[in-house]
Design a protein around this ligand. Structure first.
Ligand code: PMP
Length: 483
């Protein structure tokens, strides 16, 4: 995702919201939605290490960590969603969700947002329009694409009081089309707050209306919480809760393992009964389960639903003050720490400006801030940092963003690649961020600061973790291809 914006730096160590290259360059990670509660959280690392020593293989029996995880997850789910399939990735969870939907409804048709991404398995590529385009694949006739309800840049906008209903009508039209072709709806699948569609938050009543239509047509609703869920949007664990709705199937990935591979599909008893047996060798692995349970404990113990909400609000207000000053920032949107900055040519036309967005991403990287681009037109800067970022990080990011934007407007060419020690002739040295990691909690508290400093030093000097630097273009290209 980031390679087209310059380089993706090679990271050898990470701690909390910071990543480090072998050359000790520090980056503020505003891009991960996998290191959800922070890279290498000590409680999660030690839970995983201790479980590795006790029981690694979980095939043929229930393990205690699996039962503990399922029980903990159950306590934060709506009561109707009782059945959990603990498997290995977000894609696998969505693939299973499609099977559940097909079995339960006897339908084969799916409705999905244009610009959505739901995973890399062959079943799912069909529901991920950017992947179809990239791989030059034909969409199957059972996939029906509707516009995501984008009141800023979509076909129906905030100047139209009936815009929400017009987006709902597209779903209705898709259902009619399915019936006329003699098909049957299996599911409407979406991210309730869509990272892929540029941190898009649909109008409040959109999902209620769509859910009603889908259920009337005999279909089910799949909420893909892989990227946006687990508290990222603040206030609630699940983004569907922001709309006061309960889906029939919920899928989780990425964040629940904080970097460890894991996915979960969750559904009702009725839907689960239609599947019969499901088997996966590594699904419910004791180490993965133990790690996932620790992630939930950290979210709860460190009050991350509240902090994601308040730091997110602060970051939005900082970014909106930039938006007021410049023409190129059309909208700052999202919830909690699931945010998007929409880059446009000007505020009147709202015409997307993907080249400028790309230029800003590359310049931010040089300043030590990792972000990615998304949205239908690739003109949205996506901010999905670990939930432990602070107001200080938010302030520093905003300042760097405004600088990067100013530079990009005056030098439209995207700066060249490489920020490693083997920089090319056009490489701008990256200002050191290695002293900038003090959190607000630690600032002013020398004991805490020393402790954090020591941890960071351990993180970036630990032996045996050196990587070979890609110091020629061919090697760098090879690395990118493998990644
Ligand atoms: N759904 C969404 C919304 C995602 O963002 C992703 C990953 N980007 C997936 C599913 C697939 O997850 P994984 O890569 O873990 O298979």
């Amino acid at each position: 995702m980031r390679d087209d914006c310059g380089t993706s730096p090679t990271i050898c160590k990470a701690y909390k919201q910071y990543c480090y290259t072998p050359g000790r360059q520090e980056y503020l990670d505003m891009v991960t939605y996998t290191a959800h509660v922070g890279h290498n959280h000590p409680l999660i690392v030690s839970a995983g290490q201790s479980q590795l020593r006790q029981l690694l293989a979980g095939q043929g029996f229930y393990s205690q960590p699996l039962l503990d995880l399922v029980k903990t997850l159950h306590s934060i789910l709506p009561s109707s969603l009782k059945h959990q399939y603990v498997i290995n990735s977000g894609s696998e969870a969505n693939d299973l969700a499609l099977r559940l939907a097909r079995n339960y409804t006897n339908g084969d048709d799916f409705i999905v947002f244009e610009g959505a991404y739901h995973g890399s398995l062959s079943n799912l590529l069909d529901l991920s329009t950017p992947a179809l385009e990239l791989l030059q694949l034909q969409k199957s006739p059972e996939t029906h694409i509707v516009h995501p309800p984008d009141l800023y840049g979509g076909p129906f906008r905030d100047d139209d009081p009936d815009a929400c209903n017009k987006y709902v009508a597209e779903v209705e039209a898709a259902i009619t089309d399915i019936k006329e072709r003699g098909g049957k709806l299996a599911a409407f699948i979406c991210e309730p707050i869509s990272v892929a569609c540029g941190a898009l938050v649909p109008p409040r009543l959109y999902f209620k209306k769509v859910f009603e239509l889908v259920h009337q047509a005999g279909g089910v609703v799949i909420a893909d919480e892989t990227g946006c869920g687990m508290g990222r949007a603040g206030e609630h664990y699940w983004t569907f809760q922001h709309f006061d709705i309960v889906p029939d199937i919920v899928t989780v990935g990425k964040s629940i393992g904080n970097g460890f591979p894991l996915g979960i599909a969750i559904t009702t008893k009725e839907v689960a009964d239609s599947l019969g047996e499901h088997y996966s060798t590594f699904g419910g692995n004791p180490v993965a389960s133990c790690i996932a349970k620790s992630v939930l404990e950290v979210i709860h113990g460190e009050m991350m639903l509240t902090s994601a909400r308040s730091v997110g609000k602060f970051l939005v207000s900082e970014l909106r003050s930039v938006q007021e000053r410049v023409q190129s920032v059309g909208e700052v949107r999202g919830r909690g720490l699931c945010l998007g900055i929409v880059i446009v040519r000007d505020k009147e036309t709202r015409q997307p400006h993907p080249q400028l967005a790309r230029n800003i991403v590359a310049r931010l990287e040089r300043k030590g801030f990792l972000v990615s681009r998304g949205g239908l037109h690739k003109n949205v800067l996506l901010l999905t940092p670990p939930l432990c970022i602070t107001q200080l990080d938010a302030r520093q990011f905003t300042a760097a963003f405004e600088d990067a934007l100013t530079e990009a407007l005056s030098h439209p060419g995207v700066p060249g690649s490489s920020v490693s020690t083997s920089q090319g002739p056009d490489a701008t040295p990256v200002p050191a961020r290695t002293e900038s990691h003090e959190t607000e909690a630690s600032s002013g508290n020398p004991l805490q600061m020393n402790k954090e400093r020591k941890l960071i030093d351990e993180v970036i000097t630990c032996p045996g973790n050196q990587v070979v630097l890609a110091d020629d273009e061919e090697l760098a290209n090879k690395r990118r291809k493998t990644e």
